[in-house]
Design a protein around this ligand. Structure first.
Ligand SMILES: [Zn+2]
Length: 278
């Protein structure tokens, strides 16, 4: 079911880690950002759009993780975009014949095994690096690319509507997940990305994370502060004391805690490597 979060901006929430697909109404149809996860959910979204009489005229993937790269034939053949780095990463990920089998095997370990349509996975066109806005006939959608969760990760700012689509940043259920392979300094890059988002926060009334609840402007600042505190705690070896890591958090917190432990270990390995004599 589509839910309006601002004028002409609607969200379709998946049961899988509260994933949010975002629909932006344009003149001749909609822009669809990160379409969703399971086949039946994408099907439901396609039905909702048909009822609205709105074809999909453009798509966008915020970053090159499988759960943001899906598509379904019923959504039509609109161009699907991502940043140039996102598209390059996807090309590399899918460059060998076993790539989709690997994604399917990974999905076998989740509660949505066998329910995710992988046929049209990752067929996106990279927008040249200097592209400021998504090319489409609708309200301007600014691309705010940064180096944080994944290579070529982009948040999208729909200025006219006061909406920030955050990709896998600023979630109230997931801790910051650093890109530990793609950048030289994942901690500082993540903090820089948060500053970039904070820089546009003044014009934002609604924040839509890739996973989690839609928030208002006060939530936006709270989430920036919370993510920054978490990343600094990772850097400084302190206890993040993050509510997303405790049993009072939403279902799935065990997995989030597991991710947290993994990040601590990887960062420790990195600093050992950096300190080792060459
Ligand atoms: Zn995600």
């Amino acid at each position: 079911m589509l839910r309006q979060v601002a004028e002409g901006v609607l969200v379709h929430e998946s049961e899988f880690v509260q994933s949010n697909a975002v629909v932006v109404r344009g003149r001749a149809g909609v822009l669809l950002i990160d379409p969703g996860v399971t086949g039946s959910e994408i099907d439901c979204l396609a039905n909702d759009l048909r009822e609205l009489g709105q074809p999909v005229v453009a798509g966008f993937s915020t970053h090159p993780d499988w759960d943001h790269l899906l598509w379904h034939a019923r959504l039509g053949e609109a161009p699907r975009y991502g940043t140039a780095r996102c598209a390059a990463t996807v090309r590399e990920l899918l460059s060998d014949a076993d790539a989709k089998a690997r994604v399917a095997a990974h999905l076998e370990e989740t509660e949505i095994a066998g329910q995710v349509p992988l046929d049209l996975l990752g067929l996106i066109t990279g927008l040249p690096a200097e592209t400021a806005q998504i090319p489409w006939d609708g309200p301007g959608v600014r691309i705010i690319e940064h180096q944080a969760h994944a290579p070529g990760h982009a948040a999208l700012l729909i200025e006219e509507r006061g909406v920030l689509v955050a990709g896998d940043m600023l979630s109230d259920v997931l801790i910051p997940m650093l890109d530990l392979d793609g950048t030289a300094d994942p901690i500082e890059d993540y903090l820089a990305a948060l500053r970039l988002l904070e820089g546009v926060a003044g014009g934002v009334d609604v924040v839509v994370p890739g996973h989690g609840s839609v928030g208002g402007s006060e939530q936006l600042q709270a989430r920036i502060d919370q993510d920054r505190a978490y990343v600094r705690a990772l850097r400084d070896g302190g206890d993040p004391g993050d509510p997303r890591l405790g049993p009072s958090a939403k279902p799935g917190w065990e997995w989030v805690s597991h991710v947290h432990t993994g990040q601590l270990q990887r960062l420790a390995q990195r600093s050992e490597r950096d300190e080792a004599p060459r």
